[in-house]
Design a protein around this ligand. Structure first.
Ligand code: ADP
Ligand code: MG
Length: 477
C-alpha cells in the first residue's frame, strides 16, 4: 500500500453586480455574448477597474478560512494565449493573494481534521468555448466574472478527506453568502493533484485539470490511485504531468507533461493601482462572517444536547440553521424546536421542493406552538394540524387554535362533570372496574372524548377517571 497525497485547487465564481474588472453584468443569461464590456474582450487602451464588492467578498472568504490578509490589494498578469482569453493574459493574484497560510477544519466521520490552505486569490474567469465538428463558438459572458481560487497544501490523504473538504468549503462559501457555489451551473470547478509514495517524501504529483463536479473529483482520485499504484508495483516511475478526466469512462488521460509547462511570465498588473487594506475595512468584513457549519454543529451538540445526526441535518443549509437558532433565541426548547424543524418543517419543504424562504412561517410561531402543547391547550396531534395551517397561511398558532375551536377543556370542573356523567351512564362497567385492565380505562376515556368532541385534556381526563373509578368501586363494596 502506498500513501496517498492529494492537494486541491478550487475555483469558485463569486456573485457581484458587475464583473471583476469591467462594468458588464455578472449574471446568468441564456443569450451568449450579451454581458460583455470592452475590458472583457481585451480592446487596446481600455483600462480595468477592480470591483470593490468582489474584493471584499474574496477577503471575507479569506478571513473565514483563517488566512493572513495582505496589506494592499494588487493584481498580477499571467500571460498566455488561448481563444477563451482574448487579452492574451489573465489578471490574477500571485504576489499578494487575498489570503495566505490559512486553515479549514473538516469533520471526517466525526474526526476533526485541519486542512491547511496555501493561499486564496482573486482572478477573472475566462470565456467559455463550445466545440463543434469543424468550428468552435465563444461566449464571453463568463469572461471577467470574479473567480476565487483556493489552493490547499498537499495534506489530504484519501478521497473521503478530499470530498469532505470540498463539501465544507462549499458550505463556507454559501454561509458567507458570496456565491451559490453550484457545480451544476459551472460555478465551482476543481483541479486535483494526486501522488503516491512509500516514504515520507511526497511522490511526483499528477494534476487532473478542470473537474466539474464533486462526483467526478471522486472518480478521478479513484482512477489515479489505481493507475499510479499499478505503475509503482511494476517498478515504474510516475511521470509528473497534467491529465484530464473523461466524463464518460471515468478514466484520466494525458494532456501535457512537465516539460511542456507554460512559462506565464508573471508581472504586476500595471493598470490597476494598489489599494491599501485597512484594519477598519477588515473589521467591517469580519462582522459579516456568520458562524460556520462545523461551529454551529458543535454548538448544537454541546450546548443544546442535540444528537450528531440532528445537528448535521440542521446545519446542512444556513437558512434552516438560522431559522432553528431564531426559534431557540425566541425561547423555544432546543430539542423541541429541532423536532419541529427537522420533522414537520423540513418534511413539508422537501415534499414541495421549496425552501424556508418560500413559506410564511416565522420562528416565533414554532415557539408559540410548543408553548400551546406544553401548557396543554392543544394535544400534540392537534399541534400537527395547527402546524400545517400555519405553514400555509402564516397565521399565528393562537389564532388558528381559536378559529378551529381546538381549545382543550382544561377546566377541572368541566371535565369532572363529564366524567361523572359517563360513569353513571355506564354504571355496570364502572362497578366492575379493575385497575389492572388498561383497556377498560381506555373505554371510559373514549366516552369522555366522544362527549367533548375530543377537546377534553387527555391527561387530566385519565387522571380523574382513575380516581373516580376507584371511588366508584369502593362505594359499592
Ligand atoms: P505547481 O508549482 O506545480 O503549481 P504547487 O506546489 O503550486 O505546484 O501545488 C499545486 C497544487 O498541487 C496544490 O494544491 C498542492 O497542494 C498540490 N501538490 C503539490 N505537491 C503535491 C504532491 N506531491 N502530491 C499531491 N499534491 C501536491
Ligand atoms: Mg501552482
Amino acid at each position: 500500500m502506498y500513501k496517498v497525497t492529494i492537494g486541491l485547487e478550487v475555483h469558485c465564481e463569486l456573485e457581484s453586480n458587475s464583473k471583476v474588472f469591467s462594468p458588464a453584468i455578472n449574471g446568468y443569461t441564456e443569450a451568449p455574448n450579451s454581458h460583455v464590456a470592452y475590458q472583457d474582450l481585451g480592446f487596446p487602451g481600455i483600462l480595468p477597474v477592480a470591483n470593490e464588492e468582489a474584493v471584499k467578498r474574496a477577503l471575507k472568504v479569506s478571513m473565514a478560512m483563517n488566512c493572513k490578509t495582505p496589506d494592499e490589494i494588487i493584481f498580477d498578469r499571467k500571460n498566455y494565449y488561448y481563444p477563451d482569453l482574448p487579452k492574451g493574459y489573465q489578471i490574477t493574484q500571485m504576489t499578494k493573494p487575498v489570503g495566505i497560510n490559512g486553515y479549514v477544519d473538516i469533520d471526517v466521520n466525526g474526526e476533526i481534521k485541519r486542512v491547511d490552505i496555501h493561499d486564496t486569490h482573486l482572478e477573472e474567469d475566462t470565456a467559455s468555448l463550445d466545440h463543434y465538428d469543424t468550428y468552435s463558438l465563444i461566449d464571453y459572458n463568463r469572461s471577467g466574472i470574479p473567480l476565487l481560487e483556493t489552493v490547499t497544501e498537499p495534506c489530504l490523504h484519501s478521497k473521503e478527506e478530499a470530498l469532505t473538504f470540498l463539501e465544507t468549503y462549499r458550505s463556507l462559501i454559501v454561509y458567507c453568502g458570496v456565491s451559490e457555489a453550484r457545480s451544476d451551473k459551472g460555478q465551482m470547478r476543481c483541479d486535483v493533484n494526486v501522488s503516491l509514495s512509500e516514504t515520507e517524501e511526497l511522490g511526483s504529483k499528477v494534476e487532473i485539470k478542470n473537474i466539474n463536479s464533486f462526483y467526478n473529483v471522486g472518480r478521478a482520485i479513484d482512477f489515479e490511485i489505481e493507475r499510479q499504484t499499478e505503475i509503482l508495483q511494476n517498478g515504474g516511475v510516475v511521470e509528473q504531468e497534467t491529465r484530464r478526466l473523461d466524463d464518460e469512462t471515468g478514466e484520466t488521460f494525458h494532456m501535457r507533461s512537465k516539460v511542456d509547462a507554460v512559462d506565464y511570465k508573471y508581472f504586476i498588473e500595471p493598470n490597476i493601482a494598489p489599494t491599501p487594506v485597512t484594519d477598519e475595512m477588515l473589521e467591517e468584513i469580519r462582522k459579516t462572517i456568520p458562524m460556520l457549519q462545523l461551529d454551529r454543529k458543535r454548538k448544537y451538540m454541546n450546548e443544546y444536547g442535540l444528537s450528531e445526526y440532528d445537528a448535521s441535518v440542521l446545519v446542512k443549509s444556513k437558512e434552516d440553521s438560522d431559522f432553528f437558532q431564531e426559534c431557540v433565541d425566541a425561547g423555544a426548547d432546543p430539542k423541541k424546536a429541532c423536532n419541529w424543524v427537522t420533522g414537520m418543517l423540513m418534511g413539508y419543504l422537501n415534499e414541495n421542493e421549496i425552501t424556508i424562504k418560500d413559506v410564511p412561517i416565522k420562528p416565533v410561531m414554532i415557539k408559540e406552538l410548543i408553548d400551546l402543547v406544553d401548557n396543554k391547550t392543544i394535544s400534540s396531534k392537534q399541534a400537527k394540524e395547527v402546524f400545517e395551517c400555519m405553514i400555509e397561511s402564516g397565521k399565528e398558532p393562537n389564532i388558528i387554535v381559536k378559529e378551529k375551536g381546538m381549545m382543550q377543556i382544561t377546566d377541572d370542573n368541566a371535565i369532572h362533570d363529564v366524567v361523572m356523567e359517563v360513569l353513571k351512564e355506564n354504571d355496570e362497567q364502572a362497578r366492575s372496574y379493575n385497575p389492572e385492565k388498561t383497556r377498560m380505562i381506555d373505554f371510559f376515556v373514549g366516552q369522555v372524548m366522544k362527549k367533548t368532541r375530543g377537546k377534553a385534556n387527555p391527561a387530566k381526563t385519565m387522571e380523574m377517571l382513575r380516581e373516580e373509578l376507584l371511588k366508584y368501586g369502593n362505594k359499592e363494596s
